[in-house]
Design a binder for this molecule. Structure first.
Ligand SMILES: *Cc1c(COP(=O)(O)O)cnc(C)c1O
Length: 492
């Protein structure tokens, strides 16, 4: 069910037909005023096309795109789950879409109630009751959380802590965040079962440790078996535990990070809580903290006073990290999603996402090589492509590109960095058994092709408007604006 036609698409500029007009405006009823000529560009040749041509052009382009509404999107660590359409209905309500950030609180009580209740739900789900909805992304949530941890140490006069520990399986944003907050990053190794190596952790923790940034389940898709012990080691050294909960899919409604010893955590509403993402649209990465850390949260938080909702600045706030009130419509979608499941059913997200990942793994585990074969996975799993490379001369990029020919979006590849030739697959709970079977069959066929016809994989994808791209050249010599075909440098 390939959705890409193997046909080059004319660019809008090339469709230009001089004299064609794509608009009709009513006659002007104001005096004619010439535009200032210094603002007008003589060399700006806009295409002359009709409205129908424009609509057809962009509709055709949109049909060459792949999206969660078309099929499985198994990008590990990204949680590309289906985005329920009821969320979109909710954001279209006038009180949601037309509320203005400059409105006074007394005219926006409904929107504030939604924010307050979402804070409550996220506090309950995480077991960390104080919440900020401000951060606009997971990475910004991380920075917020680490700044809260820094503010905590400073408030105690504990100013010599200069290091943050980070496991070698961590998402790249974790070390970036710690460095941005002024900390030195100290890496902790993973052991052979995919857990943090406790011996290495003990060797690296000290009175310089401000805290640890720790993802559980980790990016190998495994639940950290020594989670309480890790957190105890950090606490005994006077540090705090930051949980990277970008993806809570495997534990939502079942285990609460606060109960496991985490002090601060962020979660991506655009992963776990079904807000659309992937196209650079607005995200949201709320941060949840222990009650005694509430005083450091960014301003503002929504509080309830008698029967009305008010914005408050926490007493020792780290300040603002985002203008206005966060990405409000992302909050509305996540709120709708949580309310749709309800308290009793939220855990089904975790149960089914873990079941789906293990089902898919079971279908392919004798053909591909799981990184940690002795363990069941959580919401995602990681394959090691070393044997394919050795035996067939086929690398993970080749496998991923061939998946496109079967009409699917490829999984995450070459991450986490500790797994050579890594393929990281996260089906999410929103795939049916039939679609998991279809995807597994494609992977099994590709393994067979790797053995019998590796060139087929090296040249993939075959059925797309552009085939294998030169990534290095694309990064070094990006073409950022339209060039007529005569100037175009990329060979078709
Ligand atoms: C996605 C992700 C992030 C970053 O989230 P953004 O919203 O892209 O900034 C951080 N950590 C983990 C584990 C993630 O999967």
């Amino acid at each position: 069910m390939s959705i890409v036609a193997n046909k080059p698409e004319p660019l809008l500029y090339e469709m230009s037909n001089p004299g064609t007009i794509g608009y009709s405006l009513p006659e002007s009823d104001v005096p004619h005023t010439p535009l200032p000529t210094h603002l007008m560009r003589a060399d700006l040749e806009l295409p002359e096309v009709s409205e129908v041509d424009v609509v057809r052009h962009f509709t055709r382009l949109s049909q060459k795109n792949y999206c969660v509404d078309l099929g499985i999107y198994p990008l590990g660590s990204c949680t590309m789950k289906y985005n329920p359409k009821i969320n979109e209905e909710a954001i279209r309500l006038m009180g949601m879409s037309a509320v203005h950030p400059m409105q006074t609180p007394d005219t926006a009580q409904g929107a504030m109630q939604l924010m307050y209740e979402l804070q409550e739900y996220l506090g309950e789900i995480s077991g960390l009751p104080a919440v900020t909805l401000q951060p606009a992304a997971g990475a910004q949530g991380e920075l917020t959380g680490i700044l809260v941890i820094r503010a905590y140490h400073m408030s105690r006069g504990d100013t010599a802590r200069s290091q943050v520990l980070i496991p070698d399986s961590a998402h790249g944003t974790n070390p970036a965040t710690s460095a941005m907050a002024g900390y030195q990053v100290v890496e902790v190794k993973s052991d052979a079962r995919g857990n943090m190596d406790l011996q290495d952790l003990r060797a690296k923790v000290s009175n310089k440790t401000a805290g640890i940034m720790f993802t559980n389940p980790n990016t190998l898709g495994l639940f950290e078996e020594h989670v309480r012990e890790v957190n105890q080691i950090i606490h005994d050294a006077g540090g705090l535990v930051y949980g990277d909960g970008a993806n809570l899919n495997a534990i939502v409604g079942i285990a609460r990070p606060g109960d496991l010893g985490f002090d601060v955590i962020h979660s991506n509403l655009h992963k776990t809580f079904s807000v659309p993402h992937g196209g650079g649209g607005p995200g949201s990465g709320p941060v949840m903290v222990r009650a005694d850390l509430a005083q450091f949260l960014p301003s503002p938080v929504v509080a309830k006073e008698r029967n009305s909702y008010v914005f408050k600045t926490p007493e020792h706030s780290i300040g603002r990290i985002k203008s206005f009130w966060g990405n409000f419509l992302a909050l509305v979608r996540a709120y709708t999603y949580i309310r749709t499941y309800g308290k009793e059913h939220l855990k089904e997200i975790a149960e089914i996402s873990v079941l789906n990942a293990n089902y898919l793994l079971a279908l392919i585990r004798h053909t591909y090589d799981p990184q940690i074969p002795e363990r069941l996975c959580k919401h995602e799993f990681v394959l090691n492509g070393t044997r394919f490379k050795k035996e067939y001369g086929v690398n993970t990029l080749d496998v991923a590109k061939r998946i496109i020919d079967y009409g699917f979006y490829p999984p995450t590849i070459y991450f986490p960095l500790i797994v050579p030739e890594c393929l990281m697959i996260e089906p999410t709970e929103t795939q049916s058994r039939a679609s998991l079977d279809e995807f597994a069959n494609a992977l099994l066929k590709i393994a067979e092709e790797a053995r019998t016809n590796p060139q087929l994989l090296h040249d993939a994808p075959h059925d797309t408007p552009v085939t294998r791209l030169d990534d290095v050249r694309a990064a070094r010599e990006p073409i950022l604006h339209y060039k007529p075909p005569s100037e175009e440098k990329i060979a078709a």
